[in-house]
Ligand binder design. Structure first.
Ligand code: SAM
Length: 262
C-alpha cells in the first residue's frame, strides 16, 4: 500500500488542475513538437491525474507508460485515462534505466517531495541519458497560509515541514526543497530549466479537501511532537471550525519544474 488512497487523489485533482503553471507545460510541449508518437512515462502516476491534465496539452499522438507501486491505483487509472496505456507496477525507490527507455518525456506529479537528493540526481542523469524532456509538477515548497490566521499556524507548519523531510522510502526526503533541488539537478545534468509557482488556493467551496489536509497536517505534527498533542489538536479544532463556518481559505505553495535538452 502506498498510503495514497484513490479517494484522496480524486479530492485533490481539481485543486491540482487549477494550480498547475501552464507556462511550464507549454514550454515542454513546444520543445517536444515533432516527436511522433510522443512517448511519455509518468512516475508515481496514482490514478492518472497527470495524464488527464497533459494529454490534451502535449503533441499528439501519444504513447503513455504509467508507473506506480500500488497495483490498485493503477487498475483505477486504466479506467479513468483518455486512451489505452501501458501500466507497470514498479517500486521507484531503485530507479533503473528501463523506466525511461525510449521516452521523449518523463513526468511526475506530486511525487518529488517524497524523494531524496541522491534519487533526484540519479533521476536527472537517467532522463538525460534517455534524451528525455522532464516535467515534474506540484512539488511542495514549504509555504502554507491559512486564512483567517491562528496563533499556532506557524508552529504546526514548522512541524509539518520537518515531517516532510523524513524518509518516505526514498532516503531523507527533499520535502520543501524538492522544486529547487530538482531544478539544480536538472541544470547540472545539462537541461535548460523553467520553474513557476503552482500554489493550491483552496476556498470554502472545497471544504472536504481542507478538512483532510488539516487533519493530515495535525497527524504529522503530533507524530513529530507527541508532547504537543493537546495544543495541536486544539489548533485543528479551531481550523476545522473555520472550515465548517465557510470562512476558511488555504494556500499551499508548490513549484512546477520543466527541463528541456538542446
Ligand atoms: C501524492 S501521490 C500523487 C499521485 C499522482 N501523481 C497525482 O498527481 O494524483 C504519490 C504517488 O506516488 C506513488 N508512490 C509512492 N512511493 C512509491 C514508490 N516507492 N514506488 C512507486 N510509486 C510510489 C504513490 O502510490 C502515489 O500514487
Amino acid at each position: 500500500m502506498s498510503g495514497f488512497s484513490a479517494e484522496w487523489l480524486a479530492l485533490r485533482e481539481p485543486a491540482d488542475t487549477a494550480a498547475r503553471a501552464p507556462q511550464v507545460t507549454d514550454a515542454v510541449a513546444t520543445a517536444l513538437a515533432g516527436r511522433t508518437p510522443l512517448r511519455v512515462a509518468d512516475l508515481g502516476c496514482g490514478t492518472g491525474s497527470n495524464m488527464r491534465y497533459l494529454a490534451s496539452r502535449l503533441p499528439q499522438p501519444q504513447v503513455w507508460r504509467l508507473l506506480d507501486h500500488d497495483a490498485a491505483l493503477l487498475a483505477t487509472a486504466r479506467t479513468l485515462v483518455p486512451q489505452a496505456v501501458d501500466t507497470r507496477v514498479a517500486d521507484l525507490r531503485d530507479l533503473d534505466a528501463a523506466a525511461f527507455e525510449g521516452c521523449d518525456l518523463v513526468t511526475a506529479s506530486a511525487l518529488l517531495d517524497l524523494v531524496s537528493e541522491a534519487w533526484i540526481r540519479r533521476f536527472a542523469s537517467l532522463c538525460r541519458d534517455a534524451g528525455a524532456a522532464v516535467l515534474v509538477v506540484l512539488n511542495y515548497d514549504g509555504r502554507t497560509e491559512c486564512t483567517p490566521d491562528d496563533v499556532d499556524d506557524e508552529a504546526v507548519r514548522a512541524l509539518v515541514n520537518a515531517h516532510q523531510r523524513s524518509d518516505k522510502g526514498f532516503g531523507p526526503a527533499l520535502g520543501p526543497d524538492s522544486g529547487a533541488r530538482t531544478a539544480q539537478a536538472l541544470t547540472d545534468a545539462g537541461y535548460r530549466v523553467i520553474v513557476e509557482k503552482s500554489d493550491w488556493v483552496i476556498g470554502p467551496d472545497q471544504a472536504e479537501l481542507q478538512r483532510q489536509l488539516m487533519s493530515g497536517w495535525a497527524d504529522a505534527a503530533v507524530e513529530l511532537a507527541p508532547a504537543e498533542t493537546g495544543r495541536i489538536r486544539a489548533w485543528q479544532s479551531r481550523r476545522l471550525a473555520h472550515v465548517d463556518a465557510g470562512t476558511s481559505t488555504v494556500r499551499v505553495g508548490h513549484d512546477d519544474v520543466g527541463g528541456v535538452l538542446g
